[in-house]
Design a protein around this ligand. Structure first.
Ligand code: G4P
Ligand code: NA
Ligand code: NA
Length: 189
């Protein structure tokens, strides 16, 4: 998605050879018009699939997941990082964050993930894919199927993309980064 790549180049900042800061447009302050086009791009790619629900993990995946779910006409399910005390029958999974060097739990109300449901997972970043593996584990416990994975910014030099490819997922990445070098993003195909 050319417009997204240009916005990242204009408003983003490479803070290291591994991390790009996009908090002016994507994950802190949000460019809503751009986010709307991100939702449209995911919709265009995944619309032929029989998706029952879009799934993301709070918080930064919510905006792109919402924009896509609205167009698909399906609910958005937000996986929680802390169990709300109103949650009655949770499914849990553990996620290990490389960035934070610690494990945390994610959860979802069991009744919102049903056996046989077809899911589209959407997130703002794909790094090592640990968050995705947590969502995958929740889907496994529920007996739901992940039919597609939509990623806004994919850092292909980290382990997540290889994991998704190896397991045969249909992945659509809008801004795939091959590498970050001298504060400069080198885009993949
Ligand atoms: P992963 O293995 O699941 O891919 O995640 P990792 O632990 O590497 O990353 C943890 C958090 O850091 C995630 O957000 C992820 O979106 C974010 N992240 C990963 N790479 C980058 C990057 O290059 N730039 C920025 N800005 N963020 C990155 P989170 O902690 O789950 O929080 P939230 O932002 O979704 O609330
Ligand atoms: Na995220
Ligand atoms: Na994030």
């Amino acid at each position: 998605m050319e417009k997204l790549k240009q916005a990242i180049e204009t408003h983003g900042k490479c803070v290291s050879d591994e991390v790009v800061k996009v908090d002016q447009i994507i994950n802190h302050q949000v460019d809503c018009a751009l986010m709307d086009e991100i939702g449209q791009a995911f919709y265009d790619y995944f619309k032929a699939k029989p998706i029952d629900k879009v799934v993301t993990i709070e918080s930064s995946g919510i905006a792109p997941a919402y924009a896509c779910a609205l167009r698909l006409g399906v609910p958005l399910l937000i996986i929680k990082k802390a169990q709300p005390n109103t949650m009655s029958d949770p499914l849990f999974a553990k996620v290990f964050s490389f960035t934070k060097r610690k494990a945390y739990s994610i959860c979802v109300e069991r009744e919102y993930l049903k056996p046989g449901e077809h899911l589209l997972f959407i997130d703002d970043f794909l790094a090592n894919g640990e968050a995705f593996k947590g969502a995958e584990e929740l889907a496994r416990q529920a007996g739901a199927v992940i039919d597609g994975v939509g990623i806004v910014i994919g850092k292909q030099f980290q382990n997540g993309q290889a994991y998704l490819d190896k397991h045969g997922y249909d992945v659509y990445t809008l801004a795939p980064i091959k590498e970050i070098k001298d504060q400069h993003i080198i885009w993949a195909e």
